[in-house]
Design a protein around this ligand. Structure first.
Ligand code: ADP
Ligand code: ZN
Length: 603
């Protein structure tokens, strides 16, 4: 039997990383010494190592339960690249291939085995597990056990049996979902009462958060892509299936490599698009929220939202798919009054009891609050998840380009009284007509609203400024737009104090928005300076060729972060090459020659 390796050695030799990130070491120590662990870490935090290293340190094979069948092949390929003996068992395997994996497990020839949850308790697999030597059970995407969350999988409920059937084998449950209630449900349903909890900070400092005002969403997106991500991989989220297809087609017309993805597509087309996103460089997926769980592509450089997410939880989860490799990435969202109206309406119409609807409305209000705040976005996000952070992060639109506010008390009162005096029966555009004294509006005259004291009192603001006032009043809960009543604007209880002059309100000034949603930086985004560009491209080409040869995604060979370091350090001998972060012993021996040749050619 080989001597037990130490965790740090494994990190350095196998994975090629110099040091653990803060909670990793403790988690690994806990599991290595036989304890259970519940791990909450943001996407990109480094959860996989928390079970992969114990798998290599402890005797036997680690069983990794994961719902992400489509990704198992890539995960296994990535581990094999490191020289780790990994396999998977799921419904995509032929019977002989399955037998081979089972024999390997019985024979003690595996370090890690990925298994789909529905398979674990099938009679045959269950018997197999009892015959094999098992190092640990890792339960990935553990929030799938929660019926309260978004990704519930009935198969996950069975995992509760693990503790009873294998009482001496440590279990580690991992998730990126921060929610308290989900966490409690994981503990109880997986019988993890004795597990140590590891809750890492949820900050993703490399992601730059920007939320702008929607004017012409597609044109804004195009400008964002041209200025900042001309050749990067990214995800664009939309609310409807139809829109994903329209936007994808439109991006293709503008020269981008864009693909649609939504639940209405057939499974084969969906899988094909996902696979192209993972394997090709610079693909943009335009998707509904059906796309995303388990997309562990490390080099997604941006996540753009063309429609407002319903909750901060989903916004954070979706934007969290950007920049898993730790390099700079963008979370970019545009929204407007229409989004607010549409989402409020969708919630109103949704199934479920009143209590549930109220809770959803509150979550939407929190999301709207995030959009409208004038202070640091990151601070607000982290605060929402119960985490302290500095008041200013320096890497969000509010910090980089402070938002102007203006005293909107007077304007807000005008808007409220225009709605009130016209009987709360009219939509925003009509009310703006009244406020601006739009004499052209014959309907206004016909209804006698040109005689109202509010008629024309708001002529000092243009229609866009008024739209902004209305949006902010709706977003902040002073007004609501009643779609049952043809979009009529109605007053909420909260508006009383404002109307009576007992409350004061500051509003965002929108003029600055355009500047705030812009950043010049495409090459800098990956951290490659001008003179290194040619080498960077050549290294990427080398990676692309090697990946194609082996039929794996390029990032399985090396991550961008590793190529970037190569670009800067330009190693020309094996030792120096092995020093690069992300180059373990196996990859050094396998790839040093090819990449050093490229570097030599560019020196
Ligand atoms: P998660 O599963 O939490 O989303 P991953 O396990 O995929 O995150 O890790 C995210 C990225 O960070 C990967 O590229 C991984 O190789 C890298 N990583 C993890 N731990 C370390 C470390 N200690 N040092 C350097 N890179 C790390
Ligand atoms: Zn900030």
């Amino acid at each position: 039997m080989p001597p037990m390796r130490n965790a740090l050695q494994v990190l350095q030799d196998v994975f090629g990383y110099a040091a653990f990130r803060p909670p990793q070491q403790e988690i690994i120590d806990t599991v290595v010494s036989g304890g259970d662990a519940l791990v909450l870490m943001p996407t990109g935090g480094g959860k996989s190592l928390c079970y992969q290293i114990p798998a290599l340190v402890r005797r036997g094979c680690a069983i990794v339960v994961s719902p992400l069948i489509a990704l198992m092949q890539d995960q296994v390929d990535a581990l094999r690249q490191l020289g780790v003996r990994a396999s998977f068992l799921n419904s995509t395997l032929s019977v002989p291939a399955q037998r081979a994996v089972e024999n390997a497990l019985r024979g003690g020839e595996l370090d890690l085995l990925y298994v789909a949850p529905e398979r674990l308790f099938q009679v045959q697999t269950n018997a197999l597990l009892h015959q094999a030597e098992i190092a640990l059970f890792a339960i990935d995407e553990a929030h799938c056990v929660s019926q309260w969350g978004h990704d519930f999988r009935a198969d996950y409920l069975q995992l509760e049996r693990l503790h009873r059937e294998f009482p001496d084998i440590p279990r580690i449950a991992l998730t990126a979902t921060a929610d308290q209630r989900t966490r409690a449900e994981i503990v109880s349903r997986l019988d993890l009462g004795e597990a140590r909890h590891f809750i890492a900070g949820f900050d993703r400092p490399n992601i730059r958060y920007r939320i702008g005002l929607k004017q012409n969403a597609q044109a804004q997106l195009l400008r964002f892509l041209r200025d900042e991500h001309p050749r990067d991989a990214g995800i664009v989220y939309c609310l409807s299936r139809r829109k994903t297809e329209d936007v994808a087609r439109w991006l293709c017309d503008h020269g981008y490599n864009a693909l649609a993805y939504h639940a209405g597509m057939d499974a084969a087309a969906r899988a094909a698009n996902q696979s192209r996103f993972l394997r090709e460089d610079g693909v943009i997926v335009v998707a509904t929220i059906a796309f995303g769980m388990g997309i562990d592509k490390p080099d997604v450089r941006f996540v753009a939202h063309l429609d407002l997410p319903k909750t901060i939880e989903s916004y954070y989860q979706e934007t969290g798919r950007a920049g898993r490799d730790g390099l700079p990435a963008d979370a970019w969202l545009v929204y407007g009054l229409q989004d607010v109206i549409k989402l409020r309406q969708m919630l109103q119409d949704s199934q479920g009891n009143e209590e549930h609807k109220r809770a959803e409305q509150q979550r939407l209000n929190a999301m709207l609050g995030l959009c409208e705040i004038t202070s640091c976005r990151r601070h607000a996000l982290l605060h929402y998840f119960g985490e302290d952070s500095p008041a200013r992060c320096g890497n969000c639109d509010a910090c980089l380009e402070p938002v102007d506010t203006w005293d909107g008390t007077e304007a807000a009162r005008m808007a409220l009284s225009a709605a009130l005096r016209t009987g709360q029966r009219f939509g925003v555009n009509y009310l703006i007509g009244v406020l601006r004294g739009d004499a052209e509006g014959e309907r206004i005259a016909r209804l006698g609203h040109d005689k109202l004291p509010t008629f024309g009192i708001g002529a000092h603001l243009d229609a866009n400024a008024w739209r902004s006032v209305f949006r902010q009043l709706v977003a902040r809960g002073y007004l609501r737009v009643d779609m049952e009543d043809y979009g009529a604007v109605k007053l909420e209880e909260k508006s009383r104090a404002l109307l009576r002059g007992e409350e004061h309100i500051d509003l965002r000034r929108e003029e600055k928005q355009k500047a705030a949603t812009r950043r010049k930086s495409s090459p800098a985004a990956t951290g490659v300076a001008g003179e290194d560009q040619a080498l960077w491209e050549a290294l990427r080409e080398c990676r692309r060729a090697l990946a194609a040869e082996q039929g794996v995604p390029p990032y399985v060979i090396f991550h961008d972060a590793t190529l970037r370091e190569m670009c800067a350090a330009r190693p020309l001998d094996l030792d120096a090459f092995g020093q690069i972060s992300g180059v373990g012993a196996r990859k050094r021996d396998k790839y040093a020659e090819a990449f050093m040749r490229v570097i030599r050619d560019h020196s």
